[in-house]
Every structure is written in structure tokens, then in C-alpha cells.
Design a protein around this ligand. Sequence first.
Ligand SMILES: *[C@@H]1O[C@H](CO)[C@@H](O)[C@H](O)[C@H]1NC(C)=O
Length: 212
Amino acid sequence: MLHIILFLTLSLLFSPPAKATVQDFCVADLTAPETPSGYHCKDPKKVTANDFAYSGLGVAGNTSNIISASVSPAFVSQFPALNGLGLSGLRLDLAPGGVIPLHTHPGANEMLVVLHGKLTVGFISSASNVPYVKSIKKGDTFVFPQGLLHFQLNDHKTHALALAFFNSPFPGLQILDFALFANNLASALVEKTTFLDDAQVKKLKAALGGTN
Ligand SMILES: *[C@@H]1O[C@H](CO)[C@@H](O)[C@H](O)[C@H]1NC(C)=O
């Protein structure tokens, strides 16, 4: 009996592999429309090492804006090799005083690595609204669990640079202030649902482009 089992095990181990079923990669063909399961694959015979390289994260973003900060994504539309790999990234540039206001990524955890300067970062738990806030500096890493409200603030006098990585190609992004003050949700409703006063709501709507 034993030698039959041994024989079967060995023949399984050493039998030639079936036709490969693992697809190594599917570099997005951005010229074809996106499907619910991602982009069509670029013809593998036309894929080269260059497809797996991206230089966009090396380019400083423009921080001359209301948040004094800039977000440069490395998502599938910028970096087609990410298609199907379940991850994405971005670059954050924050001028002194710059902030990425309270926001959430409904679809992904985030790992942030500071490459230059210092940041105060934090998230707020959903279970009991506990704030987890920390000052981090060049070389430090901080993680933001999926879906939780969080922020990045450069409260220092030098430019800050950080890279963030997500465990999803579609992290999603919702900025709380934009959800409240950058659309046409009636001011009266914003006031009732946030307990902010009319002057404050009108001021923020004017600053962020909201109406009503
Ligand atoms: C940065 O953005 C501002 C505002 O849009 C613009 O005036 C300025 O020319 C931009 N700077 C660069 C270097 O692109």
C-alpha cells in the first residue's frame, strides 16, 4: 500500500506541468475601454521592461492651491502595469502649512512613508471615535486602516514629501470638507446636520466652490 501511495505522490510531483494557468501580468491596454474586471491586457509580446517602470512619483506636484498640497497618483491610468495587481500609490507634496484635509479611502488600507520633512498625521477610529495622532519625520511610516477618516498636515517650516501605497487599485477618496461644502447640498441642511452656524457654512462654501 505504502509504495503505491509513494509512487502516486512521486508521479504527481514529477509529472510535467499542465499548460500554465498562472497569468503573470496584465499590463492595461488603455486604448480599449475598461471592463468591470479591469482593463484588457496589452499583447504580452509587446510588453517590455519599460511597462513596469514609472517616473511620475519623482515629479514634484504644484502646491499653489487652497490646501497648499498636491496629490500625484500612480493608479492604473497613469501606470498601466498596475492593472490586476491589487495595489496603487501616490505622491504627496505639502508646502509649509499644507494639509490633506480629513478624508477617507473607502476601498483600501494606506501605508505612508515620509521621504522629506515632517508631518502630523492621524486617523479616527470608527468604533469609538478615538483619535490616533502622531508626528512623523523623514524615514517614518504610518498606516491608515481602510475607510477611516484621516489627515496629513505639514505643520513645519519646510516642504514635506511622502509616498503612499494602497492595497487596492481603487482606494477611492472622499474629502469631508468637499462633501459638505463643495457641492449644492443646501446650507440649511449642512447647518442642521453638522451643528455649524450659517456664517461658517457660507464661508466654507464660498472658499470651496459650493452653492445653495
Ligand atoms: C502652479 O499652480 C498655479 C495655480 O494654478 C499656477 O499659477 C502656477 O503657474 C503653477 N506652477 C507651476 C510651476 O506649474
